[in-house]
Design a protein around this ligand. Structure first.
Ligand code: SF4
Length: 432
């Protein structure tokens, strides 16, 4: 007899998380008790939503599947299902290698998992999600897929062509969330800035953000995964003019040397990148920029790398993440280049870049000491309340540690006087 409990485990990015939340809503509608990312799996059924875009992520997904397969062999689990990017990309291989899995689903056919369980797919809950995030913020996926041709990237192979969601559909989803008390919306996609080109034949991100910003109850909108080429500059006006659009932009640049930007097929030059960043800073004073850099792509010389370091030192991104190149089958780089930068050189370049960034992050934070900032309270820890400013995206950026001089409510905004800075976090007291 299979009990009614299902464990759903999500690996990878926030876009995967949205799919898990959509699935969980349907499972709950079918009477299941669902637990997300349980410490110890308790259900008789488990669903692993996998990530498959680079080596480390693939390894993590396979290890997770194997650990649940092991539990099944020991009769601790009755049914095991796998979905998401890894099985979208390697379904045939996985079917052969891990026979303990009862069903493999890709990135877009997870709905058939519900019918395979002998249950119904509830169309009326199509846009409803069982949130796994704190109930005051939610990720909003405005599109699927990617039409860009970055040489190293396997994502278009997994997710297919760009598909924008109609503006009305995004608005409807947000209206429902506001009705449930969600205040903060993280806009995500593989490529946010391309939004609308497929569906409306023009870039519609500025209009979408402005329309959502007009909606009652929307307190914060934060923008992630922008792409630099053909950037819709009217978006800068919207960020500047709208108080509920965070003064924040996540835009992956990956590199700066013309040699590497060309090799990586980023369709932008060093000079164009520098001019774009300058425009951000001029048109949106105080904007906090998050970027991602890649080190060790085939062909990256010491000179290219030093150019990247110098650029990061000069540009002073408020937030920066970096990762080493991963040699991914079927990508342009895999077919045309050998993975010629040694692993230890990749690690050393990562390390030096993040060391430089840590110093920059600290000085960015130190400049906030003495300021009073609007903070949303995410949780209560033994010593502090923990929150974020408009410059902090959940999971990837720093936090604000607020002393307990006053009782605060989770999910509410407050104003915090910053009295200390650390490389990534701030400390402060609620100001009345
Ligand atoms: S924009 Fe480039 S890096 Fe990002 S998902 Fe598309 S192809 Fe990959």
């Amino acid at each position: 007899m299979v009990n009614n409990k299902i464990d759903v485990v999500t690996l990878g990015c926030s876009k995967n998380l949205v799919d898990s939340e959509l699935l969980m809503r349907q499972l709950i509608a079918n009477g299941y008790t669902v637990e997300h990312d349980p410490e110890t799996p308790r259900g008789d059924i488990a669903v692993i939503n996998t990530c498959g875009f680079i080596g480390d992520a693939k390894e993590e997904s396979i290890n997770m599947i194997l650990s649940f397969a092991e539990a099944k062999k020991r009769n601790k689990l009755k049914k095991l299902f796998v979905m998401g990017c890894l099985s979208e990309r390697y379904r045939e291989e996985l079917l052969e290698e891990i026979p303990e899995v009862d069903g493999f689903y890709g990135k877009f056919d997870w709905k058939s998992l519900i019918t395979d369980l002998g249950k119904s797919y509830y169309k009326e809950w199509e846009f409803d999600r069982s949130l796994s995030t704190p109930s005051h913020y939610a990720y909003v996926k405005i599109a699927e897929g990617c039409d860009r041709t970055c040489a190293y990237c396997s994502i278009p192979l997994i997710t297919g062509k760009y598909r924008s969601r109609p503006i009305e559909e995004v608005e409807e989803e947000i209206r429902r969330f506001v009705g449930k008390g969600v205040k903060e919306f993280q806009f995500i996609a593989q490529d946010l800035t391309y939004y609308g080109l497929d569906l409306y034949r023009q870039m519609k991100l500025p209009e979408l953000v402005e329309r959502v910003s007009d909606m009652e109850g929307v307190e914060w909108i934060r923008l992630h995964y922008a792409y630099p080429t053909h950037f819709p500059t009217d978006l800068l006006r919207v960020i500047r003019e709208r108080d509920n659009v965070c003064n924040y932009l996540d835009i992956a640049l990956q590199h700066i040397s013309d040699h590497m930007l060309k090799t990586m097929r980023r369709n932008i030059t060093r000079q164009q990148t520098i001019e774009l960043i300058q425009r951000f800073r001029e048109e949106v004073p105080g904007i906090h920029l998050r970027t991602t850099m890649m080190v060790g792509h085939p062909g990256e010389t010491e000179q290219d790398y030093l150019e990247l370091l110098e650029f990061v030192e000069k540009t002073r991104f408020e937030r920066l993440g970096a990762f080493p190149y991963s040699h991914e089958e079927d990508t342009h780089s895999y077919r045309h280049y050998s993975d010629d930068v040694p692993a230890e050189v990749k690690q050393e370049r990562m390390h030096k870049l993040m060391q430089l960034q840590e110093g920059i992050a600290l000085s960015v934070n130190e400049a906030k000491v003495g300021e009073t900032l609007k903070v949303i309270v995410d949780r209560e820890d033994p010593e502090y309340y923990v929150g974020r400013t408009e410059f902090d995206s959940p999971e990837v950026d720093g936090e604000v540690l607020i002393d307990k001089s006053r009782v605060l409510e989770i999910g509410r905004f407050c104003h915090v006087k910053i009295n200390a800075a650390m490389p990534f976090d701030l400390m402060g007291t609620v100001s009345v």
